[in-house]
Write a protein that binds this ligand. Structure first.
Ligand code: FE
Ligand code: CA
Length: 550
């Protein structure tokens, strides 16, 4: 097929007139045009291996380094890892500085960081339809091994990445350590936390959402305070179109600390709201936009997410749908049920925000996961042979009152706004007989450690598990160790064992006896080079859930 008659599904959201209309969301006329546009935007033509969807650019003709956005790996399995890169000599340009032609990229995987003992190599195609991103699923690897990988295009060699496979499925893996991150709004600070995390000895990093934010980024990079004019003007509007989202990922991945963390560790990612739009719920956007319009935007956001994350083929989006919930195993030590609490949720009750609970939020029909994901989660627990049943997800699971008077308001965007959904999940965990439940959360830009109570209104009820909430990497700016509502929250929620409002990340270590969580913080994010502090450390024993100071 020639480029001229190639039906690039991205054109539907590239078209200048749609783009101009989308920019001005105040005029809601956008997308009365969209019958045809939707059909195009929702069709994904993944070129099959070996077939040409556009002319080929000989990699030997590249005249500038295309590996400006680094490398990444993800979703480790016992015999395979997913390797990622993107070719973009000019990453702040919509076309990345490449023509709409495919490029062949070589990759290799070695046992050593000097690539003397290469165990696997091959060739992959960077398709212009996927913004010249490369996703390689490398199989036939040994379980529980560290590997080094890199790409080559023409005379250019990518930075080397380090990754690892999961231990054998039936094996008695002895221990595991992973990092937890979320909420990395670029224009609210430097990624110093990532610089520290890149040096940690973790097996992988879990990203719990808000990898990017849709909000405008000005020419000084917001509170990064670059010299005026450092960033192009096109970042200075909210992301709406596919081109907007793609460019925004390029901006984020241009950060050297984020690239260092990706190169150092495999990532297991899930999204929250801002990869698409603040507080959207399923097909319902934040603002008063009809669902059919919003789904065009969602399709663009989901596609750019898959392109730019180290995700496997089963997560390839189909228009406005992307199956992100999935299960990973670390031998029989841990099962990870990665959730998506955005795509299938009922709309927030009482108009969202902090509200008193009532009949609307307590409607048993409301769901945060959708029925299919809920069944999948609970069925997976029934079949689980893991000692630790870990649930990486987005929004705060444990009850959080923001006042000591009764009744108290709760956040309608979190599980508190979907109590029937939470009750079904807790009842399911209990019925499945899982002993060691650990929920992992982002979103709120503070660190929390919770005991998960069978009945949060009864402090004497059984503790079913623990929830570790990781703070933001940057979102919200510097923050403070003791936010102004610290005393209120600690008093109103006796199951809340730790609360810290600085930025950073968390690490969790599991073994056969216990789990340990360390909350790590940086003193500030508005300047570079802040030191790292361990602000709190807790353990929970296998078979005896509940956080205790380590
Ligand atoms: Fe956030
Ligand atoms: Ca969020």
């Amino acid at each position: 097929m020639t480029p001229a008659n190639h039906q690039d599904p991205t054109r539907a959201v590239h078209a200048p007139e749609l783009r101009a209309a989308a920019r001005n969301l105040g005029r809601r006329r956008f997308l009365t045009v969209t019958g045809a546009a939707a059909a195009l935007a929702f069709s994904v033509n993944l070129p099959s291996a070996g077939t040409a969807s556009a002319a080929e650019l000989d990699a030997a003709r590249l005249t500038a380094d295309p590996f400006t956005l680094g490398v990444a790996s993800g979703d480790p399995q016992p015999d395979s890892v997913l390797l990622w890169t993107r070719l973009a000599p000019l990453p702040y340009q919509a076309d990345g500085g490449l023509p709409a032609q495919r490029v062949e990229v070589d990759w290799e995987v070695a046992l050593d960081e000097r690539f003397r003992r290469v165990v696997r190599r091959g060739r992959a195609t960077a398709h212009p339809e996927f913004q010249h991103t490369v996703h390689v699923e490398v199989g036939h690897l040994a379980p529980g091994h560290v590997y080094h990988y890199r790409f080559r295009a023409g005379r250019y060699v990518s930075p080397a990445g380090r990754t690892r496979t999961a231990p054998a499925r039936a094996g008695r893996a002895a221990d595991l350590t992973f990092g937890l991150v979320s909420c990395q709004r670029y224009d609210q600070g430097y990624y110093t936390a990532y610089r520290h995390l890149a040096r940690e000895d973790v097996d992988f990093v879990l990203h719990l959402g808000d990898y990017l934010y849709e909000y405008a980024v000005n020419a000084t990079g917001g509170s990064r305070a670059y010299p005026a004019g450092t960033l192009p003007a096109h970042f200075n509007h909210e992301t709406v179109t596919l081109e907007d989202y793609r460019l925004r990922y390029a901006l984020y991945k241009s950060d050297p600390d984020l690239r260092a963390a990706h190169a150092a560790h495999p990532f297991v990612v899930t999204w929250d709201d801002h990869e698409t739009e603040n507080n959207y719920a399923g097909e319902t956007p934040e603002n008063d936009v009809p669902p059919e319009e919003f789904l065009i935007r969602r399709a663009a956001a989901y596609r750019a997410y898959w392109e730019n994350m180290p995700l496997r083929r089963p997560q390839l989006p189909d228009g406005p749908d992307l199956k992100l919930y999935r299960r990973l195993h670390w031998g029989r030590l841990a099962q990870f049920d990665v959730l998506d609490t955005r795509q299938y949720r009922s709309n927030q009750a009482y108009g969202d925000g902090w509200q008193f609970p009532g009949p609307e939020s307590e409607d048993p029909k409301r769901t945060l996961t959708g029925d299919a994901q809920e069944r999948w989660l609970i069925n997976g627990w029934h079949r689980s042979d893991a000692l630790w049943n870990v649930v990486p997800q987005q929004v705060t699971f444990s009850r959080r009152y923001n006042s000591t008077s009764t009744p108290s308001k709760v956040s309608m965007d979190s599980w508190d706004g979907y109590p029937a959904s939470r009750e079904r999940v807790l009842a399911g965990a209990q019925a499945a007989g899982i002993e060691n439940l650990m929920v992992l959360t982002g979103d709120v830009h503070v660190s929390y450690g919770f005991d998960i109570k069978r009945d949060f209104d009864d402090p004497d009820s059984r503790t079913l598990g623990t929830e570790i909430v990781t703070t933001s990497i940057t979102s919200g700016g510097n923050g403070s160790e003791k936010p102004s509502n610290w005393n209120t929250l600690m008093t109103a929620n006796p199951h809340l064992k730790f609360f810290n409002g600085l930025r950073g990340y968390a690490t969790v270590s599991l073994d056969r006896r216990s789990a340990r969580a360390d909350f790590k913080t940086v003193s500030h994010v508005t300047g570079e080079g802040a030191p790292l502090t361990t602000a709190g450390s807790f353990v929970t024993e296998a078979g005896e859930p509940g956080l205790k100071p380590a």
